[in-house]
Design a protein around this ligand. Structure first.
Ligand code: ZN
Length: 432
């Protein structure tokens, strides 16, 4: 729909800066798939300083770098008509999970509403208050919760951002199996280190291709919008009908809030630090579970089966290790669904290597029975402790993430974390 709205409005108006693809709270029970909203900034035509950001039906799509002049009331109503007609033509209103909405603001509210909508559950009344206060033009369909995402997308003021080039299929191919050559995607991935989440070699998962029967052929994510355009030329695929580069909050960790264990609520996403209690264990279906504890409480953590080899790391944790867990919170039972883990401190594990040696005779003592110590059978000397040794740990300190095939849209890949979050994760160790 965003592509089609852009196609229609560039006849008479100017798109300002990149259109935006904004992901909101990934744990909202009412979300449709990736909980995404799209935002386009529109102004009067100004053909200066144009930047190419897409192609629709062989025609260049450009944007202007900044807003030059606002639209008057007639133009706003005309624009609203274009949006309405496109939403009503293309939205899958018949699907029981879709509740679309559109909003037009002539002034951007502050970013508070974005932060609410990306981190928690927002009530419909809150969005209605904002829409009224700003005299927005809007329409919600069915339960109207789409108004929340649409408004939040307008309110986003990026602190961190990435880009996604989305390539679209001609309408006659919608619903057919997608032809995107996996080898060319791996080649693109190798040549463009500023892109991320393209291909999971180990799990044979081509992440740029969606699973749904939607009009999108593929989406390439990355740090640099110009790299995305050249990178897409490497991908061999069926014909691309059009493509557009979006500015996004994907890969930013904007959904995560640092909390202590008792502050954690269902349907949020958190970073919390705790001491591993007990041993991780595997349940039916291959899900790996463990518990952590801080001075305020205890909570379950889970690395579910789709997180594949990430579970090997989790199984190596031991009671006493200190970790920061990153993930979404499910309600029953209250469990953190892991996206990342930072291993802060590894406890030393001691293992018995042999029975103690008698200091007089130099021979190994014999056990007197469970927990009863040892005795030399020659001279009668006894000892309580066997010879122990530190067991080497197979884990190293640092951050671990789920593989590309299990990555959430908002999760910041380790690749993007080298310089920031790692240092904030260290130094908050406060072992209960
Ligand atoms: Zn002895």
């Amino acid at each position: 729909m965003a592509r089609t709205i852009i196609q229609k409005i560039i006849q008479n108006y100017e798109v300002i800066d990149y259109p935006r693809l904004v992901r909101l709270n990934p744990n909202v029970p009412w979300k449709t798939r990736g909980n995404g909203a799209l935002c386009i900034q529109v102004a009067k035509v100004d053909k200066k300083n144009q930047r190419k950001i897409g192609e629709i039906n062989g025609r260049n799509m450009t944007c202007a770098p900044m807003l030059v002049s606002d639209l008057d009331k007639n133009e706003q109503n005309h624009l609203a008509g274009i949006v309405k007609e496109t939403v009503e033509a293309y939205a899958r209103i018949d699907d029981e999970n879709t509740n679309p909405g559109y909003v037009l603001f002539s002034e951007r509210p502050g970013d508070d509403f974005y932060w609410k909508a990306v981190t928690r559950i927002v009530a419909l009344e809150e969005v209605h208050d904002l829409l009224q206060k700003y005299h927005a033009i809007f329409e919600g369909y069915k339960n109207c919760r789409g108004l929340i995402g649409a408004t939040a997308a307008v309110c986003w003021e990026p602190q961190d951002r990435t880009f996604e080039l989305i390539a679209y299929r001609p309408q006659q191919r919608w619903g057919l199996k997608r032809q995107v050559d996996p080898l060319s995607v791996q080649e693109m991935d190798a040549h463009y280190p500023s892109t991320f989440d393209n291909y999971d070699v180990r799990n044979h998962h081509n992440r740029i291709v969606p699973n749904s029967p939607c009009p999108i052929l593929y989406g390439i994510r990355g740090e640099n919008p110009d790299d995305l355009i050249t990178a897409s030329a490497i991908v061999k695929s069926e014909p691309v009908e059009s493509w557009v580069v979006f500015e996004t909050n994907q890969g930013t960790d904007d959904h995560l809030q640092r909390k202590s264990i008792t502050q954690i609520k269902p349907f949020e996403s958190v970073i919390t630090q705790g001491l591993v209690v007990g041993r991780p264990f595997t349940i039916q279906g291959g899900h790996v579970l463990f518990n952590i504890q801080d001075s305020t409480g205890t909570i379950h953590c889970a690395a579910y089966e789709p997180t594949k080899e990430f579970r090997h790391t989790i199984r190596e944790l031991s009671a006493g290790d200190v970790v920061d867990v990153y993930g979404g919170v499910r309600e029953h039972p209250l469990t953190i669904n892991l996206e990342k883990i930072y291993i802060n401190k590894l406890t030393s594990l001691m293992v018995k290597v042999e029975n103690p040696v008698c200091p007089r005779c130099g021979k190994h003592m014999k056990s007197k029975g469970t927990n009863q110590g040892y005795k030399c059978i020659k001279c009668g000397t006894s000892s309580q402790q066997p010879n122990i040794q530190q067991k080497p740990r197979s884990l190293s300190l640092g951050l671990y993430e789920v593989p590309v095939c299990a990555r959430r849209h908002l999760s910041k890949p380790l690749k993007r974390m080298k310089h920031d979050r790692v240092s904030t994760a260290i130094g908050i160790v406060n072992t209960p």
